[in-house]
Design a protein around this ligand. Structure first.
Ligand code: 5RP
Length: 227
């Protein structure tokens, strides 16, 4: 079985009747959404899904999950989401799929945040493999990117063909390549202080467990676990 699917299957076991369930974004979370749909049909459980993107909203509805709004269900029992990097203390980089803002809002409202990945996402330090996606306002985005660069990165405006990529929230994304982010919590604060920044893809202290699918089976990383 594909390692992403292994992780997603394990995560879906945590879902129980009556739960409010955050539906993550990206390829691994999409596998989980399809499996949740199978579980809803197969076991007849009654859950409400809170999507973290338009794509997960559409997919959730297509597979038969009842969809709700976070504002109507502000306490989410469990969210299953992917990640681009999983670093020490389960700090994450997210947002290569473009859904980081809604993913972070839902994660912050979630009791059990389960991150599903394959081994390729595990890193020794944040910034090792992935650029850091930062969602920024369209207005004066070049000025915002200059300010981001002053933090020691090389920001690149994400494009689709000839046009800037636009998020579900109508913003742009700057993909910021750092050599290494030694102190992710401090960097999150610095980035958030820049006018024009909507949200960064640094997820600090939001993860409960990481479920890793690997050739040797499932590994579960808890918060105290050092990679
Ligand atoms: C989207 C995300 C995704 O969770 C992240 O990009 C991982 O995606 P995949 O499972 O396809 O590797 O943060 O904004």
């Amino acid at each position: 079985m594909d390692h992403k699917e292994m992780a997603a299957r394990e995560a879906v076991k945590y879902i129980e009747d009556g739960m409010i369930v955050g539906l993550g974004s990206g390829s691994t979370a999409s596998i989980a959404i399809k499996l949740i749909g199978e579980k809803v049909k197969g076991e007849g459980i009654d859950i409400i899904g809170i999507p973290t993107s338009r794509a997960s909203d559409l997919l959730g509805r297509a597979v038969g999950i009842k969809i709700g709004e976070l504002d109507d269900h502000p306490h989410v029992d469990i969210t299953i989401d992917g990640a681009d990097e999983v670093g020490p203390r389960l700090n994450l980089v997210k947002g290569l799929g473009g859904a980081l803002l809604r993913e972070k809002i839902v994660a912050a409202a979630t009791q059990l945040e389960l991150i599903v990945v394959d081994e390729s996402k595990l890193v020794q330090f944040i910034g090792q493999k992935s650029p850091l996606p930062v969602e920024i306002a369209k207005f004066s985005h070049k000025t915002t990117m200059l300010r981001l660069a002053s933090l020691g990165c090389s920001p690149v405006l994400r494009m689709i063909g000839d046009a800037p990529y636009v998020t579900d929230n109508g913003n742009y994304i700057a993909d910021c390549r750092f050599q290494k982010i030694a102190d992710p919590a401090a960097m999150e604060i610095k980035i958030d202080h820049i006018p024009g920044v909507v949200e960064s893809g640094l997820f600090i202290g939001l993860t409960s467990r990481v479920i890793v699918g690997s050739p040797s089976g499932i590994r579960i990383l808890e918060k105290q676990c050092m990679l």
